[in-house]
Design a protein around this ligand. Structure first.
Ligand code: NZQ
Ligand code: ZN
Length: 384
Protein backbone atom coordinates (compact mmCIF):
# COMPACT_ATOMS: atom_id res chain seq x y z
CA UNK A 1 0.00 0.00 0.00
CA UNK A 2 1.23 3.53 -0.77
CA UNK A 3 1.69 6.18 1.94
CA UNK A 4 -1.22 8.52 2.50
CA UNK A 5 -2.78 11.17 4.69
CA UNK A 6 -6.52 11.21 5.09
CA UNK A 7 -8.95 13.74 6.42
CA UNK A 8 -12.48 14.47 5.27
CA UNK A 9 -13.85 17.62 6.82
CA UNK A 10 -17.37 17.37 5.36
CA UNK A 11 -20.06 16.62 7.89
CA UNK A 12 -22.66 14.46 6.16
CA UNK A 13 -26.28 15.20 7.10
CA UNK A 14 -27.98 12.19 5.58
CA UNK A 15 -31.69 11.51 5.24
CA UNK A 16 -35.17 13.00 5.27
CA UNK A 17 -35.59 16.40 6.90
CA UNK A 18 -31.87 17.04 7.45
CA UNK A 19 -32.07 20.46 5.80
CA UNK A 20 -33.31 21.81 9.14
CA UNK A 21 -29.81 21.16 10.54
CA UNK A 22 -28.22 23.76 8.25
CA UNK A 23 -28.75 27.03 10.21
CA UNK A 24 -26.93 25.65 13.25
CA UNK A 25 -23.88 25.09 11.05
CA UNK A 26 -23.65 28.56 9.53
CA UNK A 27 -21.24 31.18 10.87
CA UNK A 28 -22.47 33.68 13.48
CA UNK A 29 -23.84 36.77 11.72
CA UNK A 30 -24.06 34.72 8.56
CA UNK A 31 -24.63 36.42 5.25
CA UNK A 32 -25.22 33.58 2.83
CA UNK A 33 -24.83 33.43 -0.94
CA UNK A 34 -27.61 30.99 -1.88
CA UNK A 35 -26.37 29.56 -5.18
CA UNK A 36 -28.45 27.39 -7.48
CA UNK A 37 -28.88 26.29 -11.07
CA UNK A 38 -31.48 26.68 -13.78
CA UNK A 39 -34.58 26.38 -11.65
CA UNK A 40 -35.21 22.68 -11.00
CA UNK A 41 -35.29 23.50 -7.28
CA UNK A 42 -38.20 25.88 -7.89
CA UNK A 43 -40.19 23.07 -9.52
CA UNK A 44 -39.55 20.34 -6.96
CA UNK A 45 -40.10 22.35 -3.79
CA UNK A 46 -36.47 22.33 -2.60
CA UNK A 47 -36.22 26.11 -3.08
CA UNK A 48 -39.11 26.76 -0.66
CA UNK A 49 -37.65 24.34 1.85
CA UNK A 50 -34.28 26.13 1.74
CA UNK A 51 -35.93 29.54 2.08
CA UNK A 52 -37.90 28.27 5.09
CA UNK A 53 -34.80 26.73 6.67
CA UNK A 54 -32.89 30.02 6.24
CA UNK A 55 -35.65 32.23 7.70
CA UNK A 56 -34.14 35.03 9.78
CA UNK A 57 -30.72 34.69 8.13
CA UNK A 58 -29.44 37.29 5.67
CA UNK A 59 -29.44 35.72 2.19
CA UNK A 60 -28.28 36.86 -1.24
CA UNK A 61 -29.58 34.69 -4.09
CA UNK A 62 -27.66 33.86 -7.24
CA UNK A 63 -29.43 31.64 -9.78
CA UNK A 64 -28.45 30.33 -13.19
CA UNK A 65 -25.32 28.24 -12.69
CA UNK A 66 -25.52 26.02 -15.75
CA UNK A 67 -24.56 22.33 -16.19
CA UNK A 68 -20.79 22.32 -16.76
CA UNK A 69 -20.57 25.65 -14.95
CA UNK A 70 -19.40 28.55 -17.07
CA UNK A 71 -16.52 30.77 -16.01
CA UNK A 72 -18.43 33.90 -17.15
CA UNK A 73 -21.47 33.05 -15.01
CA UNK A 74 -19.33 32.21 -12.00
CA UNK A 75 -17.45 35.50 -12.33
CA UNK A 76 -20.79 37.33 -12.20
CA UNK A 77 -21.45 35.53 -8.94
CA UNK A 78 -17.96 36.48 -7.70
CA UNK A 79 -18.78 40.15 -8.30
CA UNK A 80 -22.07 39.77 -6.41
CA UNK A 81 -20.28 38.01 -3.56
CA UNK A 82 -17.70 40.80 -3.35
CA UNK A 83 -20.27 43.61 -3.50
CA UNK A 84 -22.57 42.08 -0.92
CA UNK A 85 -19.73 40.84 1.33
CA UNK A 86 -21.28 37.43 1.93
CA UNK A 87 -19.38 35.21 4.36
CA UNK A 88 -20.73 31.77 3.35
CA UNK A 89 -21.82 30.03 0.14
CA UNK A 90 -24.68 27.54 0.24
CA UNK A 91 -24.77 25.54 -3.00
CA UNK A 92 -28.10 23.84 -3.70
CA UNK A 93 -28.00 21.52 -6.71
CA UNK A 94 -25.86 18.97 -8.48
CA UNK A 95 -22.13 18.84 -9.14
CA UNK A 96 -22.22 21.91 -11.36
CA UNK A 97 -23.64 24.19 -8.69
CA UNK A 98 -21.36 22.79 -5.98
CA UNK A 99 -18.27 22.99 -8.24
CA UNK A 100 -19.33 26.54 -9.13
CA UNK A 101 -19.57 27.43 -5.44
CA UNK A 102 -16.00 26.21 -4.89
CA UNK A 103 -14.65 28.33 -7.72
CA UNK A 104 -16.51 31.40 -6.41
CA UNK A 105 -15.19 30.68 -2.92
CA UNK A 106 -11.62 30.57 -4.25
CA UNK A 107 -11.99 33.60 -6.51
CA UNK A 108 -13.64 36.07 -4.13
CA UNK A 109 -10.43 37.13 -2.39
CA UNK A 110 -8.10 36.46 -5.34
CA UNK A 111 -6.12 39.39 -6.73
CA UNK A 112 -5.54 39.08 -10.45
CA UNK A 113 -6.92 37.00 -13.29
CA UNK A 114 -9.04 34.28 -11.69
CA UNK A 115 -8.73 32.05 -14.81
CA UNK A 116 -5.12 31.47 -13.63
CA UNK A 117 -6.57 29.37 -10.79
CA UNK A 118 -7.60 26.85 -13.47
CA UNK A 119 -4.88 27.18 -16.08
CA UNK A 120 -1.83 27.77 -13.85
CA UNK A 121 -2.92 26.32 -10.54
CA UNK A 122 -2.51 29.82 -9.06
CA UNK A 123 -2.82 29.70 -5.29
CA UNK A 124 -5.57 31.61 -3.51
CA UNK A 125 -6.06 32.68 0.08
CA UNK A 126 -8.98 32.94 2.48
CA UNK A 127 -11.59 31.09 0.45
CA UNK A 128 -15.17 31.50 1.63
CA UNK A 129 -16.60 28.49 3.44
CA UNK A 130 -19.01 26.37 1.40
CA UNK A 131 -21.95 24.15 2.36
CA UNK A 132 -23.89 21.88 0.00
CA UNK A 133 -27.46 20.67 -0.39
CA UNK A 134 -27.20 17.89 -2.94
CA UNK A 135 -30.00 17.27 -5.45
CA UNK A 136 -28.18 14.99 -7.91
CA UNK A 137 -26.06 12.07 -6.68
CA UNK A 138 -23.16 11.72 -9.11
CA UNK A 139 -19.98 13.70 -8.72
CA UNK A 140 -19.09 13.42 -5.03
CA UNK A 141 -18.48 17.18 -5.16
CA UNK A 142 -20.50 17.51 -1.95
CA UNK A 143 -17.66 15.96 0.05
CA UNK A 144 -14.48 16.56 -1.92
CA UNK A 145 -12.34 19.57 -2.81
CA UNK A 146 -12.60 19.25 -6.61
CA UNK A 147 -14.16 21.67 -9.04
CA UNK A 148 -14.41 21.63 -12.83
CA UNK A 149 -15.05 24.87 -14.71
CA UNK A 150 -15.83 25.37 -18.40
CA UNK A 151 -15.03 28.33 -20.62
CA UNK A 152 -16.95 28.17 -23.88
CA UNK A 153 -15.01 31.08 -25.36
CA UNK A 154 -11.81 29.00 -25.36
CA UNK A 155 -13.47 25.53 -25.55
CA UNK A 156 -11.80 24.49 -22.29
CA UNK A 157 -13.04 22.47 -19.35
CA UNK A 158 -10.46 22.41 -16.56
CA UNK A 159 -10.33 20.91 -13.07
CA UNK A 160 -8.71 22.28 -9.93
CA UNK A 161 -8.72 21.02 -6.39
CA UNK A 162 -8.10 22.20 -2.86
CA UNK A 163 -8.90 20.73 0.52
CA UNK A 164 -9.75 24.24 1.67
CA UNK A 165 -12.77 24.28 -0.67
CA UNK A 166 -14.31 21.08 0.58
CA UNK A 167 -17.86 21.71 1.81
CA UNK A 168 -18.15 22.01 5.58
CA UNK A 169 -21.40 20.08 5.50
CA UNK A 170 -23.50 18.30 2.91
CA UNK A 171 -27.23 17.64 3.17
CA UNK A 172 -28.03 14.34 1.45
CA UNK A 173 -31.81 13.99 1.42
CA UNK A 174 -32.79 11.20 -1.01
CA UNK A 175 -36.25 12.79 -1.44
CA UNK A 176 -34.58 15.76 -3.16
CA UNK A 177 -33.67 13.40 -6.01
CA UNK A 178 -37.21 12.14 -6.78
CA UNK A 179 -37.71 14.84 -9.42
CA UNK A 180 -34.59 13.92 -11.42
CA UNK A 181 -35.24 13.08 -15.05
CA UNK A 182 -34.15 9.54 -15.99
CA UNK A 183 -31.25 10.96 -17.98
CA UNK A 184 -29.71 12.52 -14.88
CA UNK A 185 -30.16 9.38 -12.76
CA UNK A 186 -28.39 7.44 -15.52
CA UNK A 187 -25.64 10.04 -15.65
CA UNK A 188 -25.20 9.96 -11.90
CA UNK A 189 -24.90 6.20 -11.63
CA UNK A 190 -22.45 6.00 -14.55
CA UNK A 191 -20.35 8.90 -13.22
CA UNK A 192 -20.10 7.34 -9.75
CA UNK A 193 -19.25 3.94 -11.30
CA UNK A 194 -16.41 5.47 -13.30
CA UNK A 195 -15.12 7.39 -10.25
CA UNK A 196 -14.64 4.05 -8.53
CA UNK A 197 -13.01 2.55 -11.62
CA UNK A 198 -10.52 5.45 -11.87
CA UNK A 199 -9.29 4.59 -8.36
CA UNK A 200 -9.50 0.80 -8.66
CA UNK A 201 -8.71 -0.37 -12.17
CA UNK A 202 -4.95 0.27 -12.14
CA UNK A 203 -2.47 -2.28 -10.75
CA UNK A 204 -2.35 -4.15 -7.44
CA UNK A 205 -0.45 -2.64 -4.50
CA UNK A 206 -1.63 -5.09 -1.88
CA UNK A 207 -4.51 -2.94 -0.68
CA UNK A 208 -7.32 -5.50 -0.33
CA UNK A 209 -9.51 -3.28 1.85
CA UNK A 210 -9.54 -0.45 -0.72
CA UNK A 211 -10.28 -3.05 -3.42
CA UNK A 212 -13.23 -4.42 -1.53
CA UNK A 213 -14.59 -0.95 -0.70
CA UNK A 214 -14.42 -0.22 -4.43
CA UNK A 215 -15.98 -3.53 -5.46
CA UNK A 216 -18.76 -3.03 -2.88
CA UNK A 217 -19.65 0.36 -4.35
CA UNK A 218 -19.60 -1.02 -7.91
CA UNK A 219 -21.82 -3.95 -6.94
CA UNK A 220 -24.25 -1.62 -5.15
CA UNK A 221 -24.46 0.69 -8.16
CA UNK A 222 -25.07 -2.25 -10.49
CA UNK A 223 -27.84 -3.43 -8.14
CA UNK A 224 -29.60 -0.13 -7.41
CA UNK A 225 -28.89 1.84 -10.61
CA UNK A 226 -31.53 0.12 -12.78
CA UNK A 227 -33.98 0.13 -9.82
CA UNK A 228 -33.58 3.90 -9.52
CA UNK A 229 -34.74 4.23 -13.14
CA UNK A 230 -37.71 1.93 -12.62
CA UNK A 231 -38.81 3.23 -9.21
CA UNK A 232 -38.13 6.98 -9.07
CA UNK A 233 -39.72 7.53 -5.66
CA UNK A 234 -38.37 4.49 -3.81
CA UNK A 235 -36.64 6.12 -0.84
CA UNK A 236 -34.27 3.26 -0.07
CA UNK A 237 -33.15 2.91 -3.67
CA UNK A 238 -32.44 6.63 -3.94
CA UNK A 239 -30.72 6.58 -0.55
CA UNK A 240 -28.37 3.82 -1.68
CA UNK A 241 -27.58 5.54 -4.98
CA UNK A 242 -26.85 8.75 -3.10
CA UNK A 243 -24.56 7.24 -0.51
CA UNK A 244 -22.74 5.16 -3.14
CA UNK A 245 -22.04 8.26 -5.25
CA UNK A 246 -20.71 10.16 -2.25
CA UNK A 247 -18.51 7.27 -1.13
CA UNK A 248 -17.21 6.86 -4.69
CA UNK A 249 -15.42 10.19 -4.61
CA UNK A 250 -14.99 11.42 -1.05
CA UNK A 251 -11.34 10.42 -1.09
CA UNK A 252 -11.54 7.24 1.00
CA UNK A 253 -11.26 4.50 -1.62
CA UNK A 254 -8.42 6.23 -3.45
CA UNK A 255 -6.11 6.42 -0.44
CA UNK A 256 -2.96 4.31 -0.62
CA UNK A 257 -3.62 3.13 -4.19
CA UNK A 258 -2.60 4.37 -7.65
CA UNK A 259 -5.22 6.38 -9.54
CA UNK A 260 -5.93 6.74 -13.24
CA UNK A 261 -8.35 9.62 -14.23
CA UNK A 262 -7.53 9.37 -17.94
CA UNK A 263 -11.14 8.52 -18.84
CA UNK A 264 -12.17 11.78 -17.17
CA UNK A 265 -9.50 13.92 -18.82
CA UNK A 266 -10.32 12.60 -22.30
CA UNK A 267 -14.04 12.90 -21.50
CA UNK A 268 -13.68 16.57 -20.49
CA UNK A 269 -12.56 17.38 -24.05
CA UNK A 270 -15.70 15.73 -25.43
CA UNK A 271 -17.82 18.00 -23.26
CA UNK A 272 -15.73 21.08 -24.05
CA UNK A 273 -15.90 20.51 -27.82
CA UNK A 274 -19.20 18.69 -28.33
CA UNK A 275 -21.28 19.57 -25.27
CA UNK A 276 -21.93 15.96 -24.21
CA UNK A 277 -23.07 15.34 -20.63
CA UNK A 278 -20.10 14.47 -18.41
CA UNK A 279 -21.19 10.88 -17.71
CA UNK A 280 -21.95 10.25 -21.37
CA UNK A 281 -18.34 11.04 -22.23
CA UNK A 282 -17.13 8.52 -19.65
CA UNK A 283 -19.35 5.74 -21.00
CA UNK A 284 -17.81 6.32 -24.43
CA UNK A 285 -14.17 6.47 -23.32
CA UNK A 286 -13.90 3.83 -20.58
CA UNK A 287 -14.62 0.59 -22.51
CA UNK A 288 -12.23 1.60 -25.31
CA UNK A 289 -9.61 2.67 -22.79
CA UNK A 290 -9.87 -0.68 -20.98
CA UNK A 291 -9.31 -2.39 -24.32
CA UNK A 292 -6.22 -0.34 -25.21
CA UNK A 293 -4.77 -0.61 -21.66
CA UNK A 294 -5.67 -4.30 -21.24
CA UNK A 295 -2.04 -5.38 -20.61
CA UNK A 296 -1.21 -2.66 -18.08
CA UNK A 297 -4.52 -3.22 -16.27
CA UNK A 298 -4.67 -6.99 -16.72
CA UNK A 299 -4.64 -8.13 -13.10
CA UNK A 300 -7.28 -5.64 -12.00
CA UNK A 301 -9.53 -6.19 -15.03
CA UNK A 302 -9.51 -9.93 -14.26
CA UNK A 303 -10.28 -9.17 -10.60
CA UNK A 304 -13.12 -6.81 -11.58
CA UNK A 305 -14.52 -9.46 -13.91
CA UNK A 306 -14.44 -12.18 -11.31
CA UNK A 307 -15.50 -10.31 -8.19
CA UNK A 308 -18.02 -7.84 -9.61
CA UNK A 309 -19.41 -9.56 -12.71
CA UNK A 310 -18.82 -13.24 -11.81
CA UNK A 311 -16.64 -13.86 -14.89
CA UNK A 312 -14.37 -16.77 -13.99
CA UNK A 313 -14.34 -19.00 -17.07
CA UNK A 314 -12.10 -18.92 -20.13
CA UNK A 315 -8.61 -17.74 -20.96
CA UNK A 316 -7.31 -14.45 -19.56
CA UNK A 317 -7.92 -12.74 -22.88
CA UNK A 318 -11.46 -14.04 -23.08
CA UNK A 319 -12.21 -12.95 -19.52
CA UNK A 320 -10.82 -9.48 -20.20
CA UNK A 321 -13.04 -9.16 -23.30
CA UNK A 322 -16.07 -10.34 -21.34
CA UNK A 323 -15.36 -7.89 -18.52
CA UNK A 324 -15.09 -4.96 -20.93
CA UNK A 325 -18.36 -6.06 -22.49
CA UNK A 326 -19.99 -6.35 -19.05
CA UNK A 327 -19.02 -2.74 -18.26
CA UNK A 328 -20.33 -1.59 -21.62
CA UNK A 329 -23.57 -3.57 -21.13
CA UNK A 330 -24.05 -1.99 -17.71
CA UNK A 331 -23.79 1.50 -19.20
CA UNK A 332 -26.22 0.55 -21.96
CA UNK A 333 -28.60 -0.93 -19.38
CA UNK A 334 -28.51 2.48 -17.69
CA UNK A 335 -29.56 3.91 -21.08
CA UNK A 336 -26.22 5.59 -21.72
CA UNK A 337 -24.83 4.95 -25.21
CA UNK A 338 -21.15 4.05 -25.52
CA UNK A 339 -20.01 5.22 -28.96
CA UNK A 340 -19.12 8.57 -30.47
CA UNK A 341 -21.32 7.75 -33.45
CA UNK A 342 -24.33 7.41 -31.10
CA UNK A 343 -23.93 11.16 -30.60
CA UNK A 344 -23.27 11.98 -34.26
CA UNK A 345 -19.61 12.70 -33.59
CA UNK A 346 -17.68 11.70 -36.69
CA UNK A 347 -14.28 10.02 -36.65
CA UNK A 348 -12.94 13.13 -38.36
CA UNK A 349 -13.51 15.07 -35.09
CA UNK A 350 -10.89 13.00 -33.30
CA UNK A 351 -8.05 15.26 -34.53
CA UNK A 352 -9.65 18.21 -32.79
CA UNK A 353 -10.18 16.29 -29.57
CA UNK A 354 -6.55 15.17 -29.54
CA UNK A 355 -5.39 18.72 -30.31
CA UNK A 356 -7.35 19.98 -27.29
CA UNK A 357 -5.75 17.35 -25.06
CA UNK A 358 -2.36 18.61 -26.22
CA UNK A 359 -3.29 22.26 -25.64
CA UNK A 360 -4.38 21.44 -22.08
CA UNK A 361 -1.20 19.48 -21.32
CA UNK A 362 -3.00 16.11 -21.14
CA UNK A 363 -0.19 14.23 -22.85
CA UNK A 364 0.85 11.65 -20.24
CA UNK A 365 -2.34 10.35 -18.67
CA UNK A 366 -3.14 7.31 -16.59
CA UNK A 367 -1.56 5.55 -13.62
CA UNK A 368 1.63 4.95 -15.62
CA UNK A 369 1.56 8.28 -17.48
CA UNK A 370 1.69 6.21 -20.68
CA UNK A 371 -1.48 7.44 -22.36
CA UNK A 372 0.07 9.89 -24.78
CA UNK A 373 -1.67 11.59 -27.67
CA UNK A 374 -1.25 8.53 -29.93
CA UNK A 375 -2.91 6.27 -27.39
CA UNK A 376 -5.68 8.80 -26.79
CA UNK A 377 -6.26 8.76 -30.55
CA UNK A 378 -6.37 4.93 -30.54
CA UNK A 379 -8.92 4.97 -27.70
CA UNK A 380 -11.14 7.53 -29.42
CA UNK A 381 -10.90 5.69 -32.73
CA UNK A 382 -11.98 2.47 -31.05
CA UNK A 383 -14.93 4.33 -29.50
CA UNK A 384 -15.98 5.90 -32.83
O1 NZQ B 1 -29.66 23.57 -13.17
P1 NZQ B 1 -30.72 22.86 -12.43
O2 NZQ B 1 -32.04 23.50 -12.58
O3 NZQ B 1 -30.36 22.58 -11.02
O4 NZQ B 1 -30.93 21.43 -13.18
C1 NZQ B 1 -29.95 20.42 -13.16
C2 NZQ B 1 -29.20 20.29 -14.48
O5 NZQ B 1 -29.99 20.68 -15.55
C3 NZQ B 1 -30.65 19.08 -13.07
N1 NZQ B 1 -31.00 18.71 -11.71
C4 NZQ B 1 -30.20 18.64 -10.62
N2 NZQ B 1 -30.89 18.17 -9.56
C5 NZQ B 1 -32.16 17.97 -9.98
C6 NZQ B 1 -32.24 18.30 -11.35
N3 NZQ B 1 -33.39 18.20 -12.05
C7 NZQ B 1 -34.48 17.75 -11.40
N4 NZQ B 1 -34.47 17.37 -10.11
C8 NZQ B 1 -33.34 17.46 -9.36
N5 NZQ B 1 -33.32 17.06 -8.08
O6 NZQ B 1 -29.72 18.16 -13.60
C9 NZQ B 1 -28.95 18.81 -14.61
C10 NZQ B 1 -27.49 18.43 -14.46
O7 NZQ B 1 -26.96 18.97 -13.27
P2 NZQ B 1 -25.37 18.99 -13.01
O8 NZQ B 1 -25.15 19.62 -11.70
O9 NZQ B 1 -24.71 19.59 -14.20
O10 NZQ B 1 -25.00 17.45 -13.01
P3 NZQ B 1 -23.87 16.66 -12.24
O11 NZQ B 1 -24.17 16.55 -10.80
O12 NZQ B 1 -23.71 15.43 -13.01
O13 NZQ B 1 -22.57 17.58 -12.38
C11 NZQ B 1 -21.79 17.59 -13.53
C12 NZQ B 1 -20.60 18.53 -13.37
O14 NZQ B 1 -19.74 18.08 -12.32
C13 NZQ B 1 -18.40 17.91 -12.82
C14 NZQ B 1 -18.65 17.57 -14.27
O15 NZQ B 1 -17.50 17.74 -15.05
C15 NZQ B 1 -19.76 18.53 -14.64
O16 NZQ B 1 -19.24 19.81 -14.89
N6 NZQ B 1 -17.68 16.92 -12.03
C16 NZQ B 1 -17.28 17.26 -10.80
C17 NZQ B 1 -16.53 16.41 -10.00
C18 NZQ B 1 -16.10 16.77 -8.65
N7 NZQ B 1 -16.37 17.99 -8.19
O17 NZQ B 1 -15.47 15.97 -7.95
C19 NZQ B 1 -16.12 15.09 -10.45
C20 NZQ B 1 -16.84 14.64 -11.67
O18 NZQ B 1 -16.03 13.71 -12.31
C21 NZQ B 1 -17.22 15.69 -12.63
O19 NZQ B 1 -16.12 16.02 -13.49
ZN1 ZN C 1 -16.96 12.19 -13.11
Amino acid sequence: MLNFTYKNQTEILFGKGQLSEVPARLPKEAKVLFLYGGGSIKQNGVYEQVVTALEGIEVVEFAGVEPNPEFETLMKAVRVARETEVNFILAVGGGSVIDGAKFIAAAVNFDGDTWDILTKGASFENPLPVGAVLTLPATGSESNGNSVVTRKETAQKLPFSSESLQPQFAVLDPEFTYSLPARQISNGVVDAFVHVIEQYLTYPVNAPLQDRFAEGILQTLIEVGPLALDHPTDYDVRANVMWSATMALNGLIGKGVPQDWSTHMIGHELTALHGLDHAVTLAIVLPALMYVQRDQKKVKILQLGERVFGIDNGSEDERIDLTIKAVQDFFESMQVATRLSDHSIAESSIDNIVANLERNGMTALGEHGDIDLDKARQILTLAA
